[in-house]
Write a new protein. Structure first.
Ligand SMILES: Cc1cc2nc3c(=O)[nH]c(=O)nc-3n(C[C@H](O)[C@H](O)[C@H](O)COP(=O)(O)OP(=O)(O)OC[C@H]3O[C@@H](n4cnc5c(N)ncnc54)[C@H](O)[C@@H]3O)c2cc1C
Ligand code: FES
Length: 337
C-alpha cells in the first residue's frame, strides 16, 4: 500500500499495490476529473510532483510523449510504486460541466446511410444538461454494456447521436436492428477533451471520418457561427457518395458563411466523381503545407485519426493544437492490453 497525496483535495489516500490512483481516489469519494477510465480521453491527466508510478497501456492521443516526459501521467492508468504527490490538470473553463446521470427516452431513429443511424434522446424538461461542442456521453441501452457516443446536437431538450453499425458489435447492432422509439436509456456525461476552444481566433480545421461527424459537426458549426470571418474547413471522409450524410446542413452553412468550406472526401468511389477522392490524410497533405495557426479537431476511426495527426505534425502543427477523439472500440482496448 502506498500513500498518494492529491493536492487539490488536500487528502492522502492509500492505494493498494496494483490499483490505480483514479479508482482509489473515486472510491474514497474524491471528485477526481476523469472520462473513459481506460487511457483514451485524457480526462484524468495529472502532474506527478514526486514518486514513481507505472502506466499501463494508453492512447497517445490521451497523453503525448512530450507530456509524459514533462511529468504528466494519466491517473486511470497510474499504478504507484512508491508514495506519490500528484495534482490533476485543471480542465479548461470551456469544458467544465456537471456530469449528469439521466434516464431518458428514445425520441427519434433514422437511418442516414447504409450503416449510420441518427438516434435522438429526449431529456426530461426539468433536467439540466450542459456540454461543450465535441464532447461525448456514455449511453446504456437496457441489458447492454455502456458505450461512448459523441453528441452531434442538443436542441429543445433533445440530444442527437450518429451511431455506426459495426460488424460483430454488441451495442451498435442492437441499435441498428432492435432499438425502438419510446425505449428507456441511461445517459452519463458530458465527458471528453475534444471540445471547441473558444479563445482561439485563427482558422479551424474540423476533420471527421464517418460517424466521427458527430463530434466534429457541433465544433464546426460553433466555430463559424460565433466568428463568421474566420476560415473553417470541414472535411468529412466517407467511402462512397451514398455514405455522405447531413450534406444539406453544411451546404446551407457554406452558402451563408463565405469563410466556411465543406469538403466531403470519398475513399472508395464506385464511379467517377467530381468530389475529392482518396484518404483524408492524403487530401490534407495536398491542401495544407504549413500550420497557419489552425486549431484542429479530429474524430473517427483510430487509423484515420492517427494518419491525419501524422500528416499535420509533419507540416509543423503543434500537437497542443490538435484535439482528437479516436473512436476506440472493445477490439482496440483488447489489442492494447
Ligand atoms: C470518445 C469516443 C466517442 C465515440 N463516439 C462514437 C460516435 O459518436 N458514434 C459511433 O458510432 N461510435 C462512437 N464511438 C465508438 C463506440 O463507443 C463503440 O465502441 C462502438 O459503437 C462499438 O460498440 P459495439 O458495442 O457495437 O461494439 P463492440 O461489441 O464493442 O465490438 C466492437 C468490435 O470489437 C470486436 N470485439 C468485441 N469484443 C472483443 C474482444 N474481447 N476481443 C476482440 N475483439 C472484440 C467486435 O467483434 C467488433 O468488431 C466512440 C468511442 C469513443 C472512445
Ligand atoms: S479517464 Fe483517464 S484517460 Fe480517460
Amino acid at each position: 500500500m502506498f500513500n498518494v497525496h492529491i493536492r487539490q483535495s488536500e487528502r492522502t489516500i492509500q492505494v493498494e499495490i496494483g490499483s490505480t490512483i483514479l479508482e482509489t481516489a473515486l472510491a474514497a469519494g474524491i471528485q477526481y476529473p476523469h472520462g473513459c477510465r481506460a487511457g483514451n480521453c485524457g480526462g484524468c491527466k495529472s502532474r506527478i510532483h514526486s514518486g514513481d508510478v507505472e502506466l499501463s497501456p494508453y492512447s497517445e492521443f490521451a497523453l503525448s510523449q512530450d507530456e509524459y516526459e514533462n511529468g504528466l501521467i494519466l491517473a486511470c492508468r497510474a499504478v504507484p510504486w512508491s508514495d506519490c504527490d500528484v495534482s490533476w490538470c485543471d480542465p479548461d473553463d470551456d469544458a467544465v460541466h456537471a456530469v449528469r446521470n439521466l434516464t431518458c427516452q428514445i425520441s427519434g431513429l433514422e437511418r442516414l446511410t447504409s450503416d449510420i443511424a441518427s438516434v435522438k434522446i429526449k431529456l426530461d424538461r426539468s433536467e439540466k444538461f450542459d456540454y461543450s461542442s465535441g464532447q461525448f456521453a456514455y449511453i446504456t441501452f437496457e441489458g447492454y454494456p455502456r458505450r461512448e457516443y459523441s453528441i452531434a446536437s442538443f436542441e429543445s431538450d433533445e440530444l442527437e447521436f450518429y451511431i455506426r453499425k459495426i460488424e460483430g458489435g454488441l451495442v451498435s447492432t442492437f441499435v441498428w436492428d432492435y432499438l425502438l422509439v419510446g425505449e428507456t436509456v441511461d445517459i452519463e456525461g458530458p465527458y471528453g477533451n475534444l471540445y471547441y476552444r473558444s479563445d482561439h481566433e485563427g482558422p479551424v480545421l474540423a476533420i471527421a471520418g464517418g460517424s466521427g461527424l458527430s463530434a466534429i459537426q457541433p465544433v464546426a458549426i460553433e466555430a463559424v457561427t460565433t466568428n463568421p470571418s474566420r476560415p473553417v474547413f470541414l472535411y468529412h471522409g466517407v467511402r462512397d457518395e451514398s455514405d455522405i450524410f447531413r450534406a444539406e446542413l453544411f451546404i446551407e452553412l457554406a452558402n451563408e458563411y463565405e469563410c466556411f468550406s465543406y469538403i466531403p472526401v470519398l475513399s472508395e468511389p464506385s464511379r467517377a466523381s467530381e468530389r475529392r477522392t482518396g484518404l483524408l490524410s492524403e487530401v490534407l497533405e495536398q491542401d495544407f503545407n504549413s500550420d497557419e495557426n489552425c486549431m484542429i479537431y479530429l474524430a473517427g476511426p483510430p487509423p484515420m485519426v492517427r494518419a491525419c495527426t501524422e500528416v499535420l505534425q509533419k507540416i509543423g502543427v503543434n500537437s497542443t493544437n490538435i484535439h482528437a477523439d479516436p473512436f476506440f472500440t472493445e477490439a482496440d482496448l483488447v489489442e492494447r492490453a
